[in-house]
Write a protein of this length. Structure first.
Length: 719
């Protein structure tokens, strides 16, 4: 088979080894997507496996679409092949059989906004006022779902106190409200699919017979529920290949379980293990830096990335006095790279551990006239004007979706307020709200109340009647019939942007229709609700990307800046757990391996964060990456204040101020000094000392600065 020759020797082995359980531990940039697509093609062409019997699961729609495109180039039509995300697969399973669990097949999928609205109502009912308690309740519910615990199971797991009792009750109420709206949140898509497969053997057998060959990408990111689903689906034929890299397991905080790799080796014995260690993305210097960091983790399968790429430029590490100086350096460097070195803005990413560090960089890029975008910002489909249209579409498909109904029942304005809704609830407290509206004349209500709802009733019935139109045609019809654009003033700048977004939405639906000619409204809504940040961002335009490292896993850039490399920020260590340290180290590894050509690392000595300015110690990852000696501390003096600094710093300030008030004679040329913001330097010009008590100090990092000894306390360093 000719295309097999495109693979290296490491890749060929798992592609041609098609029977049984395989674990491929694939380093960053080692061509795992190529391996997966070639293996699918090999199964179809060489092993004569029907495409319908092959399942491939990825973690983003973008990755799934990329895999589909590659397979289509090799095999032609891939419509009958199951290539999707975990959530998309579970939606398909649920659409077919969720009625067995007491839902209708037209269930809605609730994103964070709808989820938070339900929780907000619950907090009000339970009298939860403290923000810290609200966050704790949200976090505990999410954790329970990630661990596949029902409200009853969760209650038995925790010790009872007042807050825990409220968490238990909030979880129960949340599930009840979702069920009433015939809705599932993202976690439910996995949990309900698991429950369906576990509870109904005939459903499980149906899918086991289909999926004779299963492939799982990014296996290290699977949570407990996802792994249990995979284990069930592969239970009959046991032909399963998982591709993962424990060195890139960075989503433990949202349920990703690195132990799944170990459990897989136990549950599918015997498991054959293959390693992909050749990196095609980065220079040798970047790969060496990544290896130097990650080798310090103990919980990993031993492997070492290597590359045939060029050595490349040395990795740049800079330590700055303040966060402002760090941002200025990054922005000036980016400006030079674009202006003088021919890079485009889209080649560059500024990556950080915490998005709270982004403001100085955003301000700097704005002032420099450099366009940028923030990954994880306000997504297109979360804009209010788009959510309004989507809510109309959802209530057409799912008449029980009360959150969507309440969103649009008075949009555009129809004079339907909270009191009118309250009256409907009073006359039919146990009825579906939309049913009450559609049968409004059957209830003991005043003529005034009935007349308020009649226009909406007529509108809904017209929309419902036309809902079997092509998706694009129906969306155009809906926008025209609801007169939704009338809610915005075209002469108002913000409203005008919203009108443009509505037009962009229509264009997006048109594009979807082209690619999915036979898709119905339900399938379209599913595609919208399952979009992620990575799916919705456009990385082709000419903007610098500002992002957390978590958000860019799977992406690559010619130039990467990793900023804020300081203890307490990167790594963040929670409760002193070494497992947390290892996940932070994996995050550093992921950040480094996003870079193809140039990598810039930076830290600061003083950072303004969490409402205070505090001294920062360089990250341990810098030492592990072998940025030490001259690169990390240019003089012995800088090491002197990198230990137990706070007390030392306060004493130095007091001593310096006291000394300067009485005697300036010691501040002569050649004297080593310490400044509380700028660090260690040397007086290089004292000609103004007797005239106005000023000296020129050349600092190790920042260069020369003229300082007044009356206002800038300088501590003379010991010789």
């Amino acid at each position: 088979m000719n295309f097999i020759d495109d693979l290296n020797e490491e890749q060929k082995k798992p592609v041609q080894d098609t029977e049984g359980a395989l674990l491929v531990t694939a380093g960053a940039g080692s061509g795992k997507t190529r391996l997966l697509t070639y293996r699918i093609a090999y199964l179809v062409q060489e092993k004569q496996v029907s495409p319908h019997n092959i399942l491939a699961i990825t973690f983003t729609n973008k990755a799934a679409n990329e895999m589909k495109e590659r397979v289509e180039k090799m095999l032609g039509d891939s419509d009958y092949m199951w290539i999707s995300t975990f959530h998309s697969l579970c939606v398909k399973i649920l659409r077919r059989d969720i009625d067995k669990l007491g839902y209708t097949k037209s269930f809605s999928i609730y994103a964070d906004e709808e989820k938070n609205k339900i929780l907000k109502d619950i907090f009000k009912e339970l009298d939860v006022d403290e923000e810290v308690d609200k966050k704790k309740i949200k976090s505990r519910i999410a954790r329970a779902k990630n661990n596949n615990l029902s409200p009853e199971e969760y209650e038995s797991e925790v010790l009872g106190d007042l807050l825990e009792d409220k968490i238990n009750l909030a979880y129960e109420m949340y599930e009840e409200k979702l069920k009433k709206s015939n809705a599932l949140d993202f976690d439910d898509l996995l949990i309900k699919a698991f429950l369906l497969l576990k509870s109904y053997p005939e459903v499980l057998e149906y899918y086991q017979n289909i999926f004779k060959y299963i492939h799982i990408d990014e296996f290290q990111d699977t949570n407990k529920v996802q792994y249990e689903i995979v284990k069930m689906l592969a239970g009959k034929y046991k032909n399963i290949l998982v591709v993962g890299d424990e060195d890139q397991c960075i989503y433990g905080w949202r349920g990703a379980n690195i132990d799944n790799i170990r459990d897989f080796q136990q549950d599918f014995k015997p498991v054959k293990i293959y390693k992909l260690e050749q990196n095609y993305r980065s220079t040798k210097n970047i790969i060496n830096t990544a290896n130097n960091v990650i080798k310090n983790n103990l919980s990993r399968i031993d492997k070492k990335l290597w590359t045939q790429n060029e050595t490349g430029e040395e990795i740049s590490y800079q330590s700055f006095g303040t966060d402002k100086e760090e941002a200025n350096f990054v922005v000036k460097t980016i400006s030079k790279l674009i202006r003088e070195d021919g890079y485009s803005k889209g080649d560059i990413a500024i990556l950080m551990r915490l998005n709270a560090l982004s403001r100085d960089f955003e301000d700097g890029l704005t002032n420099a006239g450099i366009s940028y975008k923030v990954l994880g910002g306000f997504k297109f489909y979360e804009r209010s004007e788009i959510k309004n249209i989507v809510a109309y579409l959802r209530i057409i498909m799912n008449p029980y979706d009360e959150e969507s109904l309440l969103r649009i029942i008075n949009f555009p304005k129809r004079n339907i307020g909270d009191m009118a809704i309250k009256k409907l609830r009073e006359v039919a407290p146990n009825s579906n709200l939309l049913d009450v509206i559609l049968n409004i004349t059957d209830y003991p209500l005043t003529a005034g109340t009935i007349n308020k709802f009649l226009p909406f009733k007529a509108l809904y019935e017209r929309l419902k009647e036309k809902s079997d139109m092509k998706v694009f045609d129906f969306v155009k019809y809906l926008i025209e019939e609801t007169n939704i654009k009338s809610a915005y003033n075209q002469f108002d700048e913000q409203d005008y942007d919203k009108l443009l977004n509505i037009d962009q939405f229509v264009d997006a639906v048109k594009e979807y229709q082209k690619l999915n000619e036979n898709a119905n409204l339900d399938e379209y809504l599913q595609s919208v609700m399952l979009l992620t940040d990575l799916d919705s961002i456009n990385l082709d335009d000419n903007s610098v990307l500002v992002s957390t490292i978590h958000a860019v896993k799977g992406l690559e850039f010619k130039i990467v800046f990793i900023i804020g490399l300081e203890e307490g920020i990167f790594p963040i260590i929670r409760m002193g757990k070494e497992s947390n340290t290892e996940e932070e180290r994996r995050l550093m590894y992921v950040g480094v391996t996003r870079a193809k050509e140039k990598l810039f690392l930076s830290s600061v000595k003083f950072r303004n964060i969490w409402n205070r300015t505090q001294y920062q110690k360089p990250s341990r990852f810098l030492e592990e990456a072998q940025f030490e000696g001259e690169k990390q501390a240019k003089t012995e003096e800088t090491k002197a204040y990198s230990g137990n600094f706070n007390k030392y710093f306060e004493k130095m300030q007091k001593d310096a101020i006291k000394t300067q008030k009485t005697d300036y004679s010691q501040y002569t040329k050649g004297t080593k000094v310490f400044h509380s913001t700028f660090g260690v330097g040397e007086i290089t010009d004292d000609s103004m000392l007797k005239v106005n008590h000023c000296v020129v100090v050349t600092f190790n990092i920042l260069g020369a600065k003229t300082l007044s000894l009356e206002y800038s306390p300088l501590k003379i360093m010991k010789k």
